[in-house]
Each structure stands twice: as C-alpha cells, then as structure tokens.
Design a protein around this ligand. Structure first.
Ligand code: SF4
Length: 174
C-alpha cells in the first residue's frame, strides 16, 4: 500500500474533525457470553443474512480515500483529527480477518492524525496481531492514537494504548 505524507495536510486542513464509524469488515462469531445479545446477529438475522461469514465492506479503505472534486479536492475525505469508531460490525481481532488486518494497520498508520477506537471480545489475540508491515517492525504499533478495549460481562477491561513505540496492557476500568 502506498504511503502518503499526511504531515503537511494535517496542519492545512481547515475542515472540522468528525466522529464517524469505519466498519471495514462485517460479520462475526460469538466469543463469549457477552456476545449473547449481539446487535450484528440481530440485524443480520432480521434480513436473512448469515452473520457468521466475515467479509470486507465497501468502506474498507475509507480513512485513506481522497476527494476527487470540489474545494478540498485531493484531500482525505475524512478530515484531519477525526475520531474514528473502528470495526463495530465485527471484531477487529477475529481470526477470519487475519489476512486483512495488516492493511488496516497500514491505513491507520497513514492517518496517524486521527484517533481510532475499537472494542474486542478477543483481547487475548491483541499482542500477537499487532502490525507486521513494511513500515514498522513486527509488533510495533504505528504512530497515532489507538484505544483498543476488550470488554466482557465480567466487567474486566483489558486495553492497549500506544506509548511511543511501545504498547501498554493493563486491566482497569476506563
Ligand atoms: S465479538 Fe462483538 S461483534 Fe462479534 S459476536 Fe461478539 S458482540 Fe458480536
């Protein structure tokens, strides 16, 4: 994936940041009792769709899409500094998405000016599925702001947050 410089644009984007959803893939399988009332299942089953089949969505590359016309032609469609709710119609760390996740990390790296927030029911998979791309070493988290939270009915949250190039893991409320 082409790496584009965002630095100049970061400081020249006059548009206000947005809060938006980025459902880059869809579908999931239940991982715990916390999944019992999953809205993805409820919604898919109401339209006769199998919720257990993961597929990439048309919005897979949303954060790195650029405007083709208008006043801000050439700029990212998603304004700089936006807060992006990531992968809320699946689980970012689902095994069936292992082949797609690295491209997602690359896009988040490119949009380091934004904040990415995601939740997972598979926190045990986080450490082994951090980026493994050409622009950073295996396990090194890209620049930017990420909030990854594993939440379950136990009330225990395990979350990771980049601290420079390192990734802290804690168990605490947030
Ligand atoms: S992990 Fe999330 S999306 Fe997947 S089944 Fe459980 S509640 Fe639904």
């Amino acid at each position: 994936m082409e790496q584009l410089s965002f630095i100049e644009e970061k400081y020249n984007d006059p548009r206000p940041p947005l809060a938006l959803n980025w459902n880059l893939w869809h579908g999931c399988t239940r991982a715990s009792t916390g999944c019992l009332h999953c809205y993805v299942y409820r919604r898919d089953e109401s339209i006769g769709k199998d919720p257990t089949i993961l597929h990439k969505t048309d919005n897979f590359n949303l954060p790195v899409r650029r405007l083709r016309s208008g006043q801000y032609k050439g700029m990212y469609k998603v304004p700089c500094g936006s807060h992006i709710y990531t992968c809320f119609s699946s689980d970012f760390f689902h095994p069936d998405a292992d082949g797609w996740r690295n491209d997602a990390w690359e896009m988040m790296h490119e949009r380091s000016d934004c904040t990415f927030f995601m939740i997972t029911k598979r926190p045990e998979r986080i450490a082994d599925h951090l980026p493994n791309g050409s622009t950073y070493k295996k396990g090194e988290i890209p620049n930017g702001k990420y909030y990854v939270s594993g939440v379950d009915t136990s009330g225990a949250n395990s979350w990771v947050q980049p601290d420079g190039d390192k990734c802290r893991r804690t168990n605490s409320a947030w």
